[in-house]
Design a protein around this ligand. Structure first.
Ligand SMILES: Cc1ncc(COP(=O)(O)O)c(C=O)c1O
Length: 427
């Protein structure tokens, strides 16, 4: 059959599923919760009365219970959660923080925001931190590791925690892309010293923009509370046990909290559906020559929010991206050297140039930083190679068997016409 790429009939003419999960489920329940906030005329959390009844406090209680931690703090984005977590954990000028070379750019931005230096670490076939490379990147200046559970894939928390404990490092889990995921039966966000979530629209559940930080440490929580609100309103109601310092304003509104409260209860059922879709998607693509999957895909480590497969050669992934998309199913090669995807470290322009907002190179060139770190194509070559061979198709919980049949047909058609491995570039 002639490929749509070359003018043939596409497998699918209907649109593919949206990238949204919780966002697709917004309905009557959320409407009622938001209206209730408007009727109460209380859209600011820290009014002098009824602090514990606020929607935000309620959301925090639900989150702490959901993840199984003692404390939770609602903030206005996943990025602010990371910044508050780093401050909470005592990370600052002179420190290095190990982060994966494949994550959303603001994981790196958050590190620089607290005056610390990001150290890039390779990922492995699971799309998450390679524990071996992570151990190799530890220096006397390393203060923390940000373990990012990318594309719904949980990191190898056992090995990461073991290395971190050995070197007395703080672990911050970035759960922005894996809200509701687990590792060996334990919720993500509950392994490290602190866990950070995003509630932005592309995430499993959403308030449009929003975030959550969870921890068992009272000290981390109190420090994060200060940083998320320079006015320290919380401590009109709670005893403060840590010294004051300058904070910002990363508070969440009551409207956003109410919207999320409506969704958190739906999360387990949603996740069940997404995991099931992923397993069926993997089955649908089973046995296709020339593409392969990580053994971690479809396992408990996989929340199922996206489908990724690997080719042997870069050019093959490029071809599949174009051919599958032309068949009516949007596919994306994760690392395209000609693209600017802000999940891949070489596209983080500020980091590549060590550029600060004031025309200089803070914090890299400061006397308080005793190390030296370089960023370039050679920093994490294994990550770039893997991601240049990785093709991604978005999934959500609404995918039907008919959608999966289209996916199977589109991939099979593209794979059958894929150039042979000999033309793999540069290898
Ligand atoms: C891995 C990761 N970390 C952090 C963030 C930041 O979250 P937010 O957009 O809510 O600031 C995102 C959001 O896309 C993300 O994917």
């Amino acid at each position: 059959m002639k490929l749509a790429l070359y003018g043939g009939e596409p497998v699918r003419t209907r649109p593919w599923v949206s990238k949204f999960i919780g966002g697709e489920e917004l309905g009557q329940e959320e409407r009622e919760r938001v209206l209730r906030v408007l009727e109460k005329k209380r859209i600011f959390r820290y009014l002098p009365e009824g602090l514990e009844d606020s929607e935000t406090a309620q959301l925090e209680r639900e989150y702490a219970q959901f993840v199984g931690t003692k404390y939770a703090l609602a903030v206005n984005s996943g990025t602010s959660a990371l910044i508050c977590a780093l401050i909470g954990a005592g990370v600052g000028p002179g420190d290095e923080v190990i982060i994966p070379a494949y994550t959303w750019v603001t994981t790196a931005c958050a590190v620089v925001a607290v005056g610390a230096v990001p150290v890039l670490c390779e990922i492995d076939h699971s799309l998450t931190l390679d524990p071996e490379d992570m151990a190799a990147k530890i220096t006397p200046r390393t203060k923390a590791i940000i373990a990012v559970h990318m594309r719904g894939m949980s990191c190898d928390m056992e090995r990461i925690m073991a290395a971190a404990r050995l070197h007395n490092l703080k672990v911050i889990e970035d759960v922005a892309q894996a809200n509701g995921g687990s590792y060996k039966g334990k919720p993500l966000g509950s392994f490290g010293d602190v866990g950070c979530f995003s509630l932005q629209q592309s995430k499993v559940i959403t308030t449009g923009e929003g975030g959550m930080l969870v921890t068992d440490s009272e000290e981390i929580w109190q420090r994060a509370v200060i940083y998320h609100d320079g006015a320290m309103y919380q401590f009109r109601f709670t005893e403060r046990k840590v010294p004051a310092f300058a904070g910002q304003n990363y508070r969440l509104t009551e409207l956003q909290a109410a919207l999320s409260l409506g969704q958190i209860a739906k999360m387990p059922a949603l996740i069940q559906k997404i995991r099931d879709v992923k397993v069926r998607a993997l089955k649908a693509l089973e046995g296709q020559d020339g593409i392969h999957f990580s053994p971690a895909f479809g396992s408990e480590r996989d929340l199922g929010v996206s489908l990724v497969f690997y080719t042997e050669a870069h050019e093959q992934a490029k071809f599949l991206e174009e051919a599958i998309t032309a068949e009516g199913i949007p596919a994306q090669r994760i690392y395209d050297p000609a693209g600017k995807d802000q999940h891949v470290y070489v596209n983080w322009e500020f980091l590549m140039n060590k550029q600060d907002p004031w025309g200089g190179h803070f914090p890299w060139d400061q006397a308080f930083y005793q190390g030296s770190v370089e960023y370039g194509l050679e920093t994490c070559p294994r990550t770039l190679d893997l991601l240049a061979r990785a093709v991604q198709v978005r999934l959500n919980h609404l995918i039907t068997d008919e959608d999966l049949a289209d996916l199977r047909e589109a991939v099979a058609k593209a794979v059958a016409a894929m150039p042979a491995e000999e033309c793999r570039d540069g290898r």
